[in-house]
Design a binder for this molecule. Structure first.
Ligand SMILES: Cc1cc2nc3c(=O)[nH]c(=O)nc-3n(C[C@H](O)[C@H](O)[C@H](O)COP(=O)(O)OP(=O)(O)OC[C@H]3O[C@@H](n4cnc5c(N)ncnc54)[C@H](O)[C@@H]3O)c2cc1C
Length: 467
């Protein structure tokens, strides 16, 4: 692919557009923008970083980049796990960190309008101060809403609330030509032509830069309960999930895990979890409007799980113990990450297949002599798989990982799954997209990309390569 290199002349022209305090061009200061949180460290420096304050400046930058055929990589907080914000062709890295205003919280329409660089934490704090609720929690509160939308981030609460796509009512975005488009609005219904909001959600910065979003809000529930339930097998734990849902109980999260990760967190993160030594566990998170309501539901969930083989049910005594359970779950990823070489696949399968899929994962782990830790969202079928390479050198790790990943993605496809449930394809998983997306569908995606971005300047090399 032929792109124009970022020269001093180009930096000067960009400086004129964004102002000298909103640009970084000294190579020594660009390192932070060369990686995201993708576990395999593979840095690519941008030629220049620009930090626009407004849609008008984003528009001017894209117009300029398109005319000169310079690649543009959008970046929020860089917490993505698939290399989506890594500028693999160099060029311009467009950081939204200075577009960070909450423009409105509309209490009558239950909406908020935000700029893309606002973090999930800022949104949640601001709306909760008004008794409102943005319920999604895709794991990392420092992530920006622009990044959440571009990745269609999911998280633990998808079982009740769905994913980011279900909470975005409208979008303003800048096309590579510099034109500004608007779709959707402060309403739930809209049958007014093609739904560009939904096309841009999950597009990973390959079509346009999202510069504003209107999000749906709900009333803030007052009470929460968290259960920790041990089982004698993962199959029993997974078997209890449909039984809970069939009784009309809709937890906000149902997480599964096996003893290996629980032990690692207990030892490395020094979190004292109850009921040690069982093969599998569920963490179930409930919410409601009174203490009595959530406690009664918790007891019903415990009883259902016991019918399906649960050994016990731990209901924490207070908010501190509740918080500790959730903190333990949040420590899974950092704990594994600090243990050495590792990879993260987030394959999604129909939730009834989780136990069989994990049994297949264990065969793959043995075949390639590579430990693989599995845990994830039992309520929505999204399985996080961490092959890790303790005690082997990098060349051996790379070889084993490549063949293990091939088998894992094929296994996911054989259960009717998809290559990524929530982290996106980025460039980390490009090679596996075709395991679950057929040729005609891929061609339709490429045609959409070409319509939005005929010069292929928007985050090139992500999701798929253009021939
Ligand atoms: C500890 C940890 C836990 C996590 N847990 C979860 C989880 O449970 N569920 C989950 O879904 N994710 C999870 N993530 C991944 C990550 O937080 C999400 O992918 C998040 O959406 C990324 O947001 P960001 O602002 O960091 O985006 P970035 O990493 O900066 O960018 C992500 C993608 O969005 C594009 N992009 C960013 N802003 C824009 C914009 N304004 N317009 C167009 N494109 C844009 C980028 O080009 C890139 O392709 C976790 C990450 C960590 C580190």
């Amino acid at each position: 692919m032929k792109y124009t290199a970022v020269t001093n002349q180009i930096i000067q022209a960009l400086c004129n557009l964004v102002g000298p305090t909103n640009i970084i061009s000294n190579p020594a200061d660009l390192g932070k923008y060369a990686v995201d949180e993708m576990p395999r460290y593979d840095p690519h420096l941008p030629g220049v970083v620009v930090k626009p304050h407004s849609t008008a400046i984003v528009s001017a930058i894209l117009h300029f980049a398109n005319q000169h055929r310079i690649p543009v990589t959008p970046r929020g907080a860089g917490t993505g796990l698939s290399g989506g914000a890594v500028p693999i062709y160099g060029g311009i890295l467009l950081s939204t960190e200075r577009m960070n205003r909450i423009l409105e919280i509309d209490e009558a329409n239950f909406t908020t309008e935000v700029e893309p660089g606002v973090t999930l934490d800022q949104i949640q704090q601001a709306v909760e101060a008004k008794g409102l609720y943005y319920p999604l929690y895709p794991g990392e509160k420092t992530a920006t809403i622009g990044g959440n939308i571009a990745a269609n981030a999911g998280g633990m609460r998808a079982v009740k609330y769905g994913v980011t796509r279900h909470f975005v009512l409208g979008i303003e975005a800048v096309l590579p030509s510099g034109e500004v488009i608007h779709s959707g609005g402060k309403f739930v219904k809209c049958s007014t032509g093609y739904d560009l909001t939904q096309i841009l959600i999950g597009s990973e910065g390959t079509l346009a830069i999202i510069t504003r979003a209107i999000l749906k809000l709900m009333a803030l529930p007052d009470k929460r309960e968290v259960l920790f339930i041990p089982f004698n097998s993962l199959a029993d734990a997974i078997g209890a999930v449909p039984a809970i849902l069939r009784e009309g109980i809709l937890p906000i999260g149902i997480e599964f895990m096996e003893d290996d990760i629980v032990r690692m967190v207990r030892e490395s993160a020094n979190i004292d979890l109850p009921l040690p030594g069982y093969p599998a566990y569920l963490i179930i998170i409930l919410e409601g409007h009174t203490e009595e309501e959530v406690l009664n539901t918790a007891k019903r969930v415990g009883a259902i799980c016991q019918r399906y083989g649960a050994v016990d049910t731990y209901i924490p005594a207070g908010e501190r113990a509740r918080r500790r359970l959730l903190e333990a779950r949040e420590k899974f990823y950092p704990t594994i990450k600090s243990a050495g070489l590792m990879e993260l696949a987030d394959i999604v399968v129909p939730r009834s297949c989780i136990a069989d899929f994990i049994a297949r994962v264990k065969e793959i782990s043995l075949k390639h002599d590579l430990p693989i830790i599995a845990y994830g969202h039992a309520g929505d079928g999204n399985v996080h798989l961490h092959p890790f390479g303790r005690g082997i050198d990098r060349a051996e790790w790379n070889a084993r990982l490549k063949s293990a990943l091939h088998d894992l993605y094929q296994a996911g496809a054989s259960f009717g799954g998809a290559a990524s449930g929530e982290h996106g394809i980025g460039y980390d998983k490009k090679a596996y997209l075709s395991t679950t997306v057929d040729k005609a569908t891929l061609e339709a995606m490429k045609a959409i990309k070409h319509t939005f971005d005929p010069n292929n300047i928007m985050n090139p090399g992500k999701i798929f390569d253009l021939d």
